[in-house]
Design a protein around this ligand. Sequence first.
Ligand code: KIV
Ligand code: NA
Length: 278
Amino acid sequence: GQALTVTKLKKMKRDGEPISVLTAYDYPSAKLAEEAGIDVILVGDSLGNVVLGYDTTLPVTLEDMIYHSRAVRRGAQNTFIVTDLPFMAYRISAGDTLRNAGRIMQETGVQAVKMEGGADIAHEVDTCVRAGIPVMGHIGLTPQSVHQIGGYKVQGKEDADVRRLIEDAKALEQAGAFAVVLELVTDQAAKAVSEQLSIPTIGIGAGTNCDGQVLVYHDILQYASPYREKRFVKTYADLGTTVREAIGRYVRDVKGREFPESKHGFAGAGQEQQGAVY
Ligand code: KIV
Ligand code: NA
């Protein structure tokens, strides 16, 4: 099918149609997500954790995000793709933010970028949107600030925190963001923010009241994700076990001379060829 647009995403909220978002980081994950009918692919800087093996997202670079986004684009040519701006690719100055967001758009062919922050980055969001770059916001638990926050903690427990989340979300909407991710916030906070915005909220660990949901590819597939089990993740397959056992069988076959068999080899002239032709 045809890729969504920011206009269609906002219409999905008005129509009450839930928006499905999944992360992907390379050609096969993107291809499978598109074939499965996902609405939006996020090339998240969570690739730092689940693909590159870092403890946090802070070491992820703009070059990393561009490299992975290009592969995702090749795998999912008809899906709306959003790429995270990594730590330090924004918040320096609006000019730097625009230059970096512009590089992502120009060098990868994705349709939008995402930034962590609220009212404090509204000016940078506005600068990108005016230049024609759609921006998704991201508030609540913002992993690039994990050291400032002091851990991966649920946000929006006190009334004052809920009020601040609403103000941040409204500032992003005002600045022209087309959607806002709500990460690890209470049900009540997500409900209040979702009701007060005309743009969709995309929840992760944000309860049942968001306009869409996002989860991490490696988490829902249990694909060697380094994370402990998380309350907000539902797992749909156990690829880690499947892959580990498959590789184990391959190793045993090689050690036991069970693989290769004659059908896996190539016959010379005048000899009978078995098996599939290469
Ligand atoms: O990097 C990421 O995967 C994200 C989602 C969890 C929203 O930002
Ligand atoms: Na992210």
